[in-house]
Ligand binder design. Structure first.
Ligand code: TRP
Length: 329
């Protein structure tokens, strides 16, 4: 089986956008590939180094939700980046051969530097973010990396680093990884913008059911439909955007028709959405609850993942050290 690897930064609690956009795709890949999935806690430090205790909380939330959402430890390897020290070793070696120009050109670097004003992120670690990501990927010699389009420039860096390493040391140690871009549903947030923790418009997997219900019931709809008796336009309503992700085609057709003819009201429409969102969340809540009751199981699963990941990472590092001739038994 070909190897797949991906990671998620613990920079917030997991929300429906992450679930539908990334995690569900991870789950679907585990039958067809040998998958390695991890929590990139060092990466979260690059932008949140003032607050490591939060990163710890988010890491635990992610691990719990990975399993609750259906990652199966029998089929895939789940681990935490900072527990595999070899990532750091490979990162430092890569940092020696990566020209600064490659990193300064990365669009996410330039954008984030503009965007983040409340923290000093003109740091060494932040510039080197894609170098660390390259180490994450290449240390497992992964073939495919399921990510969103925003991550493609980072993947390109990892391909360039692989090529440069192989060329400099005249040995094909690292295969060039490829992004695996699935068709992700775009999950709209409560305010109609993209669902994101930074917009404060998200539904989180650990929101209690009452809160999920309240969040949906208080969403804005078509602002031009002032009264129940007025016909509305579903495309103007963020609630309808969510129906596109969570409701069946038939339901969607009925809702659109009902909205345009004032046949149904906004509350009716929201009730259907709540029902369908609950259909996705209920099994996750249930699994989470089981896991929370038995924390030793989660711990065992992650430790087992760490052991499996360590074996592969050590194997690669042995080859790397030998290739460099820097190996002192
Ligand atoms: N940069 C990725 C993100 O923000 C997270 C990440 C870190 C990652 N290391 C990785 C993704 C390696 C894929 C492979 O989403």
């Amino acid at each position: 089986m070909e190897r797949v690897l991906s990671g998620m930064q613990p920079s917030g609690y997991l929300h429906l956008g992450n679930l539908m956009g990334a995690l569900r795709n991870w789950v679907s890949l585990q039958d067809r590939y040998e998958c390695f999935y991890f929590v990139a806690d060092w990466h979260a430090l690059t932008t949140n180094y003032q607050n490591p205790s939060l990163i710890r909380q988010y890491t635990e939330d992610l691990l719990l939700n990975f399993l609750a959402a259906g990652l199966d430890p029998e089929k895939c390897t789940i681990f935490v980046q900072s527990r595999i020290l070899e990532h750091a070793e490979l990162h430092i070696l890569f940092s020696m051969i990566t020209p600064l120009g490659w990193l300064e050109r990365v669009p996410t670097y330039k954008e984030k530097k503009e965007e983040i004003k409340d923290r000093e992120i003109g740091t060494y670690g932040f510039l080197g973010y894609p170098v660390l990501q390259s180490a994450d990927i290449l240390i497992y010699r992964a073939r495919y990396v399921p990510v969103g389009v925003d991550q493609v420039p980072h993947l390109e860096i990892s391909r360039e680093i692989a090529r440069r390493f192989n060329y400099l040391y005249k040995r094909e140690v690292f295969p060039e990884p490829e992004p695996l871009l699935a068709e992700f549903p775009k999950v709209t947030g409560l305010d109609g913008r993209k669902m994101s923790k930074s917009y404060d418009n998200a539904i989180y997997l650990n929101d209690p059911p009452e809160l999920v219900e309240r969040k949906i019931l208080t969403m804005v709809t078509d602002t031009q439909r002032a009264r129940r008796s007025d016909p509305g336009e579903p495309e103007r309503s963020p609630v309808f955007q969510l129906h596109k992700v969570f409701s069946s085609e038939e339901e969607r057709r009925e809702i659109a028709e009902g909205c345009r003819t004032a046949g149904i009201g906004c509350i009716d429409c929201k009730r259907i959405l709540i029902k369908n969102v609950f259909k996705v969340l209920e099994p996750i809540w249930q699994k989470r609850q089981e896991l929370t009751k038995r924390p030793e199981i989660l711990k065992e699963i992650v430790n087992d993942g760490i052991n499996r990941a360590t074996r592969v990472a050590q194997e690669t590092m042995q080859i790397v050290r030998e290739t460099l001739g820097m190996y002192y038994p």
